[in-house]
Write a protein that binds this ligand. Structure first.
Ligand SMILES: Cc1cc2nc3c(=O)[nH]c(=O)nc-3n(C[C@H](O)[C@H](O)[C@H](O)COP(=O)(O)O)c2cc1C
Length: 362
């Protein structure tokens, strides 16, 4: 099953293995244009049924890290076109993961020095990287966010829609809206962060209003079967606080996405435990609520582990992250049950070709 094709009404993938979105910080921060090295990295990994790109900021203020290739102008779209051409030339399919970091950011990352954007003024208790005195990245606490005004929220929705339009122009096969991992859209969902009294805070419908407005605006640019939404139930990364009712929250969103005919709901289990537990209620609850494809991610390292969750129908596709960093031919290695190269954590972010395009194939 894992090595069988997957199709919906708009798309066909050669197998059910998805390369998970992974930020690798190999662009120049000033223009944030994807370069030849980035194209080569994705070309090497195009035997995945689908590649989801690293998080791609939708505006300058959406940036939360140094050197992330972005998608808010024509030059960036032209850079991505080189990347999608490379992936397609090698037989792959590729979505852009469109991203707003919100409060997980620092004013020093923004060309105009603007403060991080927040659902509220509560800062993120986590760190990012900013340019040091010699231009080299240094760690820094995330900055003090400003709560977005209603007008600014409309601007964010428009930025996502614009990025989606540019993504199609750049030859992507679809887009993934990054609603997970404690970034802006997840900050709005989280009742411990979002203390707003307006239409974007309070009830679950209000806290998911921004995400659903983004989905609707993106769906005006990209057909719904080509859209994925990423969520991270139970995730505590980037200063998130446990959701009080996860088995209400995430199925509620899944039903809303289902009504809109969205193609993919991508579930990242940050702790890599419950998603592998056949008795856990989350994936069956999402399956009941959502009739597009469920993508499962977190800790999948063998074909057997992937086949197990596919066989119990808790997922249709499996996204794999770190093993894809160190194994460009991961699909072939899983097929042959061949040993995997180990990944090198110090070269995850930055470092040019080292730890990026120089991992050996079988
Ligand atoms: C270096 C690195 C960068 C990541 N960047 C992103 C990102 O940009 N967007 C995102 O949604 N998840 C990101 N993730 C999370 C991965 O998509 C994936 O969910 C995680 O690595 C768990 O999968 P794994 O156990 O197969 O590695 C990143 C993970 C790593 C290791």
């Amino acid at each position: 099953m894992l090595f069988d094709a997957y199709s919906n009404s708009a798309l066909t993938f050669a197998n059910r293995i998805v390369m998970a979105p992974m930020t690798r910080c190999r662009a120049d921060h000033r223009d944030a244009v994807p370069n030849d090295l980035i194209a080569e990295y994705y070309r090497q990994r195009a035997s995945a049924g689908l590649i989801i790109s690293e998080g791609v900021p939708v505006s300058d203020r959406a940036r939360g890290y140094l050197n992330t290739p972005a998608l808010w102008n024509e030059a960036q779209a032209a850079g991505w076109k080189q990347v999608t051409d490379a992936a397609h030339g090698a037989g792959g399919r590729m979505f852009a993961q469109i991203w707003h970091c919100g409060r997980v950011a620092h004013a020093a990352l923004h060309a105009d020095g603007s403060a991080p954007a927040g659902a509220s003024i509560k800062p993120a208790a986590t760190q990012t990287t900013i340019p040091g005195p010699d231009g080299k990245p240094v760690a820094a606490d995330c900055g003090q966010p400003q709560a977005l005004s209603i007008q600014e929220i409309r601007g964010v929705v428009a930025e996502f829609a614009h990025a989606a339009k540019l993504a199609m122009q750049a030859g992507f096969d679809g887009v993934e809206i990054h609603g997970a991992n404690g970034y802006l859209l997840d900050q709005f969902r989280c009742p411990a962060v979002n203390n707003r009294n307006d239409a974007y805070g309070g009830s679950l419908a209000n806290r998911y209003r921004l995400l659903l407005e983004v989905v609707d605006a993106v769906a005006a640019e990209v057909s719904p079967e080509r859209i994925a939404v990423r969520q991270s139930p139970y995730g505590l990364g980037n200063g998130m606080v446990a959701d009080p009712e996860p088995l209400v929250t995430y199925p509620w969103l899944a039903r809303e996405l289902n009504q809109r005919g969205i193609g993919f709901l991508h579930i990242y289990c940050q702790t890599a435990d419950w998603i592998h537990d056949a008795t856990h209620s989350m994936m069956p609850a999402l399956r009941d609520a959502f009739h597009g494809a469920l993508i499962a991610c977190g800790g999948f390292k063998t074909a057997a582990a992937c086949e197990a969750i596919l066989a119990r129908r808790h997922a249709d596709l499996i996204a794999i992250g770190k093993p894809f960093i160190s194994n460009p031919d991961l699909v072939e290695r899983l097929r042959r049950a061949a040993p995997l190269n180990k990944w090198d954590v110090p070269t995850f972010y930055g470092s040019g070709a080292r730890g990026y395009t120089d991992y050996p194939t079988l």
